[in-house]
Design a binder for this molecule. Structure first.
Ligand code: ZN
Length: 216
């Protein structure tokens, strides 16, 4: 939403005599079209010199507020600094990133433990198996002996291999996060800073940007 009027806390401030403090608003509709609404101004809102109360406006439409100079919608949008809606959408990006990180770590921990503990159970299972079927066969005895020796080594190897996967998976989601978690205006990465903390800053700290993140 873009607030238009004479008061300084509007998103688009107009310094003209017959403009009301809170004169009009522009609200982006779900279909992307902007809806202009007069907020009960004293001297009216005009689209292409026709007075309107509420009207969907196109980029080339000429807007006038009271006795202000006529501006096109695209002029106002270029001037607009209110990115609160786009910023609000970043909360999901941050939450999803944190959740994905936890998911990767816990699922890997489970697999590592499984790989490391399974081989210690394996010889026992094989021993029982051989006990039933082997009836003292020397070949089966050697196979079972080899497994007893090799299984823990394989387990440790698989566990180590699994734990080596973690940094790569974390790197992948971190790279995507760096693309997605950016200021909606200037595109600078916001860092691994919780969304709630950024919200408290209210605007982009980049001096050439200063996009408004929180609408007040
Ligand atoms: Zn910015």
């Amino acid at each position: 939403m873009i607030k238009i009027g004479k008061a300084n806390d509007n998103d688009y401030t107009i310094d003209a005599q017959y403009v009301s403090r809170y004169h009009a608003s522009l609200v982006r509709q779900p279909d992307g079209v902007w809806l202009l609404e007069d907020l009960g101004s004293t001297n009216g809102t005009f689209v292409n010199e026709q007075q309107v109360v509420k009207k969907r406006v196109a980029l080339t439409d000429q807007l006038r507020f009271g006795d202000s100079q006529t501006v096109s919608l695209s002029d106002i949008l270029r001037f607009n600094n209110n990115y609160s809606e786009e910023f609000a959408a970043l909360k999901e990006v941050y939450d999803n990133y944190v959740a994905a990180k936890v998911r990767i770590q816990s699922s890997n921990q489970f697999k590592i433990r499984l790989f490391q503990s399974l081989p210690f159970a394996l010889p026992g299972i094989i021993g029982v198996f051989i006990g039933f079927l082997g009836k003292g066969s020397p070949l089966l005895f050697i196979v079972s002996l080899l497994l007893v020796i090799c299984a823990p080594t394989i387990g440790i190897f698989l566990g180590a291999k699994q734990s080596a996967k973690v940094p790569q998976q974390l790197q992948d989601i971190a790279n995507q996060f760096k693309i997605d978690y950016v200021c909606p205006k200037c595109g600078n990465f916001l860092g691994e800073i919780p969304w709630e903390s950024l919200k408290n800053r209210k605007q982009c700290p980049v001096s050439s940007c200063k996009a408004k993140w929180v609408n007040e």
